[in-house]
Design a protein around this ligand. Sequence first.
Ligand code: HEC
Length: 501
Amino acid sequence: MYLKTILSFIFLFAVLSCNRARFNSFRGEALSVDAATLKEGKKAAEKHCSACHLVPQPESMTQVSAHFMLAYMGLFLGVDASRQLDPLEKEQFRNRYELLKRQNKIPVNAMVLPNEWHSLKAWYLASARHPFESSEEAHEASLTEIGIADRGVTLLARLSHGGFAVGGGMSGTLFFLDANLRTIKSIPLDSPPVHLVETPDAYYVLTLGSLLGSLDADARSSIYKVSRQGYQYHKILWDLPRAAHFLIANLNNDNTPDFVVALFGNVVGGGVLACTSQRAKYACNTISERESVVRLAEIKSEKPGEFSFLALAGGAREGLFRIDYKAGVSRKKSLVDYPPHLGSVWLEVVDIDKDGTDEILVLSGDNADQGPYNEVKNDQGLRIYRFANGTLTQKGFESLPGALSLVLLPARDGVSIAVSRFYTDPVRKQDLTLLTHTKGLNFSRKHFTLSVRPTVLATNNQGQLLVGSGNIPIISYNKEGTPLVREFSGPALGLLKIQTP
Ligand code: HEC
């Protein structure tokens, strides 16, 4: 009797933990939720979805996200799963369909058998999770408008003279502001500026090619050189595949800046380029084919003459990898892989606790590829690593769903961090989070609700935060399954009236 009870508990536990159905229908249609179907579905996902990225667990998404995702991913597998999409989803789906078709990414014949797809869909939709809602409150904070001639900000960089460079995302303009936040120069570029590096004589600026890569597969990026005296500017690199970030390096020892460029691609595509100066020109070579590279960070090299850096990939096969480059030869090492829904966006190498050893910060939260309904994903946020003897060890995690960028706020005993959360919680409205350094790798957290959807951040010399934004409405489902639309009307660029740590 006793043994029987234990055995039935073990059996029950096995059933519950393996193939438990949380839902047995979606949008009014019944799902096959028997254990055999769910088991088949899991197997089919492991077989078909692992070709391009880690296989996401159904528990990492809601039914609405899982359903749109399956329609979208079905395209890559030659399966039309768009039947139950609502009008808003259909519109985004069609847009992705057209882009992938132009890029020849849609196989003519289905790569998955109909019954395999049926089980796979059942596994995702039956085991999806309920919408997540944070229990942490946010405080209202207001912004003082800083006038710029644009409605969206894609770049915000503090310059050594105390002023700022601001990227106007709608018009593709680079604005230079003085320390009093007045525009002193506007430079028209070929597309939105997204990254700027300052050297003693110039600013080097990268353009994104197009704001919405999914609508424009032919977008090309450029790097401009702008002189610090007089702001004369010209393109030094152009016709690059759509790029998101770069590092300046001295790759061929000629003391002319060379560039390592992170290619982001348009849904597919990407890589890392090494562009070395050759008299007045640059020659670019692909040193990694890894898709959707969003950011790079230089690290100390172990060998003389070698340029070492970390690269963060977003998109599908998300993860962090290392490249050591010397004289045209590069060694690559994968450090960590992430599931595709994290939306990796930002990378920093900085000594958070001022103990003499750098930490690696990886931020995720970009939901751009997940469909028209924004979802709060609790496993997005800031991952803190240490890197020693070639291995990466995670030392901390701050959950920050919907994070898009961060700015470091160095203080005497450590580094605090402000995080913009473009894809945030529709109910709690945690648009900006301050992580105030306490001790070791620990922070206290405080959230703020803004009148804008923040994209990028910077600090001024009084420790105040400048907030750049892109005010498109956000549509989400709340815990009860009711759609919520949140509109934003605040300034494209504003100064936040809170004191940072
Ligand atoms: C041929 C390659 C390929 C296959 C096969 C594939 N995917 Fe993807 N997946 C991608 C790409 C590319 C993206 C990034 C899309 C973007 O950035 O718009 C992605 C993104 C995702 C995302 C993230 C979307 C979000 O919500 O942010 C999920 C989840 C996902 N895939 C699940 C799956 C599942 C489940 C399967 C199997 C049914 C699958 N994928 C099969 C290429 C693939």
